[in-house]
Design a protein around this ligand. Structure first.
Ligand code: DGT
Ligand code: MG
Ligand code: MG
Length: 368
């Protein structure tokens, strides 16, 4: 076919394909959310509607892009990790980043009213920026997520302390800042406990640890694309799944974290500028949930069982009769995106629920 005389302009386009065989990480962040959160009267320092909306938007991205194996969200940001061998858009950076940012932003606006029920749509269009970072090995990937979760912890502890001093303690913001200057995590925990009767470690994990999106087993008859919220009572307008909270934290905490908080107590602390007091008596339970779809029920215990069954099936025969007993249950499961608020700092996550994320993939033959 004859080319038009204008076609030469295509030659100006650059090849932005990212290096092969390294991890692609895309992080999006709200532009000017200091103002956006104020304009929309976000609760301080954590607005559960805003966090759930962020989580919903992130889940939409994961549903659309199968190569994303893990996502982590806090404040106005979300990080998405692609599997090492992703060939999405031939690894073209602009295509990948713009698709993630665009889908996230449109979902944020599209589902806005499900969360902010008293406001039909945002008062002005929210903007998110995005970037891709390449990480050569598992070490950097693990440290990346540890960095983001440590940031969540530091900012949330600071903001919780700051707004307790201002709102409950009657200090001016300036005086509150001065009071917190030079304090470490231990000091802040103690201050919250002794002066404000607040046990920081008992505050919702979603605030303290951020949100982790994983690909795990869900009941076969559940819609893979349905949004499976974890915090039903905070999800007005959510019709896609009937959910009830798991109140038995003993189950959900087991295998996730035991012993001291892995986040260093002596980490130097830089506030994010986020503000205001936390709803200590917040009604939600930020743990895994039971999801009920018709007759299928998956609970944290059930999910654990299904993962165990998954493991058992992989090791076929090695586990003896127990593995065989679990197999039928596993057959009724399929992969979906689930959300939790767990520690991703430390090996426990990467060798446990996160083991599939960095698992070796079949090497694709590169053409000579
Ligand atoms: P940027 O990213 O350079 O365009 O500027 P910002 O303003 O987005 O700053 P950033 O991303 O460092 O910090 C996030 C801001 O969003 C911070 O001011 C706190 C605010 N924010 C995020 N989530 C919440 C929330 O749940 N409640 C409240 N009150 N503020 C929040
Ligand atoms: Mg921002
Ligand atoms: Mg931010």
């Amino acid at each position: 076919m004859a080319k038009s005389k204008y076609e030469y302009v295509k030659e100006f386009e650059t090849d932005d394909r990212m290096l092969r065989n390294v991890y692609v990480l895309v992080r999006i962040d709200g532009k000017g959310f200091h103002k956006f959160s104020q304009t929309h009267d976000f609760a301080k320092p954590n607005d559960v509607r805003g966090i759930n909306l962020m989580n919903h938007a992130a889940r939409c991205v994961m549903h659309e892009l199968d190569d994303i194996v893990l996502a982590f969200g806090e404040s106005d940001e979300y990080s998405f990790l692609f599997r090492k061998s992703t060939d999405l858009y031939q690894r073209r950076e602009a295509k990948i980043v713009s698709t993630v940012v665009s889908l996230f932003t449109s979902a944020y606006v599209y589902y806005w009213n499900d969360y902010f029920t008293d406001l039909k749509r945002p008062l002005y269009p929210p903007v998110f920026d995005g970037r891709a970072v390449l990480y050569p090995s598992e070490v950097e990937v693990k440290d990346y997520f540890a960095w983001r979760q440590a940031d969540t912890h530091i900012n949330n502890l600071f903001n919780t302390s700051f707004w307790a001093l201002v709102e409950e303690g009657g200090l001016t913001p300036k005086a509150a800042e001065a009071r917190l200057c030079g304090t470490d995590s231990k000091d802040k925990n103690e201050m919250l406990f002794t002066e404000f009767n607040t046990n920081y470690s008992k505050l919702p994990a979603m605030y303290r640890k951020g949100s982790v999106l994983l690909r795990e087993q869900i009941p076969k008859d559940a819609d893979k694309d349905a949004i499976i919220p974890t915090l039903p009572e905070t999800l007005p307008g959510s019709k896609s799944a009937k959910v009830v909270p798991v109140l038995d934290t003993a189950i959900t905490e087991s295998g996730l974290q035991s012993g001291p908080d892995p986040i260093s107590e002596s980490v130097s602390e830089v506030p994010s500028g986020q503000s205001s007091p936390i709803a200590v008596d917040s009604p939600f339970v930020s743990q895994e949930m039971i999801m009920q779809e018709g007759s299928s029920t998956i609970s944290s215990e059930g999910k654990k069982r299904s993962i165990d069954a998954n493991e058992a099936e992989r090791q076929d025969g090695e586990e003896g009769p127990a593995a065989k007993k679990e197999a039928p249950a596993f057959k009724r499961m399929k992969k979906g995106v689930v959300i939790d608020h767990i520690d991703i700092i430390g090996e426990k996550f990467w060798t446990g629920r996160g083991a599939y994320i960095l698992a070796p993939e079949k090497k694709k033959k590169l053409r000579p």
